[in-house]
Design a protein around this ligand. Structure first.
Ligand code: UD1
Length: 362
């Protein structure tokens, strides 16, 4: 029987592979000839709150193999994943390596597989920010340059791939697996116990983890002060990524209305997004979830690899300059935010479409 490897390493990966695995399991229950799979966790994210909580809430089975690579510099982490995954493949190969997203695990496993002549399929292929200073952009370019089958979330991604010279027969516009997970869990979203008294539309949710925003203490301090000052006293729930926490600890004064919290589990986090006045973030995936839920999203970056969240959705690029916060929040409080719609094929059925294609190609 044919078998594929499904790679997951960091928090956003878990959200993207969950519906793919569910879709395989559903189909296996009615078709004994469907391919098998092996779930490989690289161990890039390892804290309970960044990993195990997501496996539990999203019903992801325990990984078949955990490479346990942990933290390190960009090169250390990428290299450690390559070395460990190559060993696994040499010992016990696979018919297809399926990677998702743009994290170090995505690029590292594609390279290891491709050098052993194993075909690579990339879910969320073709997205580009144009900002080569982001490790994720480098991972996207590397991965797509050796991918055999491209699963895309938008027509913008299809266009980027065609511009690279990729043949249309290799591009499969299937939609967004992150939205599959959201659709699947929408009725299960629940308030976190610690914030059960928050009132709808009367708070913000904030996430920050990009090196450009958080690695420099002075810059992070300015950002937090601006957000705290111009949010008209509303509370700002800030579940802090471990990378950001290291810097936060050294900041002396943080505005009182910014409530620092540990990373939240999926169901609680998205409940807060759904009911928030707006999301302030530098994440890519959260701009997609906010677009789907129709919640205003202020992105603290100068570029995006997900233009559909701006052109069709509720997202707007604010830039990373703290000076931009005042005017954008004024616009929000003046109720001038766009309404937005849901991008094509973000319908909760993307994973089923992916499985159908994989059945054909392996
Ligand atoms: C990674 C991805 C990014 C994604 C993000 C989501 C890359 C290049 N970046 O960034 O695209 O949006 O995940 O969270 O792959 N750490 C912990 N505990 C953990 C995980 C990380 O303490 O469970 C610490 C590490 O020690 C490290 C820092 O957080 O110092 C950064 O972790 P890393 O996985 O390198 O990158 P992220 O910033 O999480």
């Amino acid at each position: 029987m044919k078998s594929i490897d499904i790679i997951a390493g960091a928090r956003p990966n878990f959200i993207k592979v969950a519906p793919i695995i569910k879709s395989i399991e559903r189909k296996k229950a009615i078709s004994s000839s469907l391919f098998d799979y092996r779930l490989i966790h690289t161990g890039q994210h390892y804290d309970k709150k960044m990993s195990a909580d997501f496996f539990n809430q999203l019903g992801i089975p325990a990984p078949d193999i955990n490479l346990n690579v942990g933290s390190g510099s960009q090169a250390q982490q990428t290299a450690a994943i390559m070395v460990s995954y190559e060993k696994i493949l040499i010992n016990d190969s696979t018919d297809l390596c399926l990677v998702v997203g743009d994290v170090n695990s995505t690029a590292a496993c594609s390279i290891a597989a491709k050098k052993l002549n194993i075909p690579v399929a990339h879910v969320e292929a073709g997205i580009r920010s144009g900002d080569i200073t982001m490790p994720e952009e480098i991972n996207r370019i590397l991965t797509d340059s050796i991918t055999d089958y491209f699963f895309t979330t938008s027509k913008h991604a299809n266009k980027n791939l065609r511009n690279m010279g990729i043949n249309d027969s290799k591009i499969f516009f299937v939609g967004n697996t992150m939205i599959d997970t959201l659709v699947d869990n929408m009725v299960k979203l629940r308030p976190p116990r610690i914030y059960k008294d928050l009132r709808e539309n009367e708070y913000f949710i904030l996430t920050l983890h990009r090196p450009g925003n958080v690695d420099n203490k002075e810059n992070l301090e300015l950002l937090l002060n601006s957000i705290g000052t111009y949010s008209r006293g509303l509370e700002i729930i800030f579940p802090v990524h471990p990378r950001t926490m290291k810097v936060i600890r050294s900041i002396k004064s943080i505005p009182k209305n910014i409530l620092i919290a540990d990373p939240l589990p999926y169901l609680e986090f998205n409940y807060l997004v759904k009911k928030a006045k707006a999301v302030i973030t530098d994440s890519g995936g959260i701009t997609e979830e906010a677009t789907y839920m129709g919640v205003p999203c202020l992105t603290l970056r100068d570029s995006t690899e997900r233009p559909e969240t701006i052109l069709e959705g509720t997202n707007e690029l604010v830039g990373s300059n703290p000076k931009n916060i005042e005017s954008i929040l004024e616009k929000l409080f003046a109720n001038q935010w766009k309404k937005g719609g849901i991008p094509e094929l973000w319908d909760g059925k993307t994973s089923d479409r992916i499985i159908e294609v994989i059945e054909d190609i392996i």
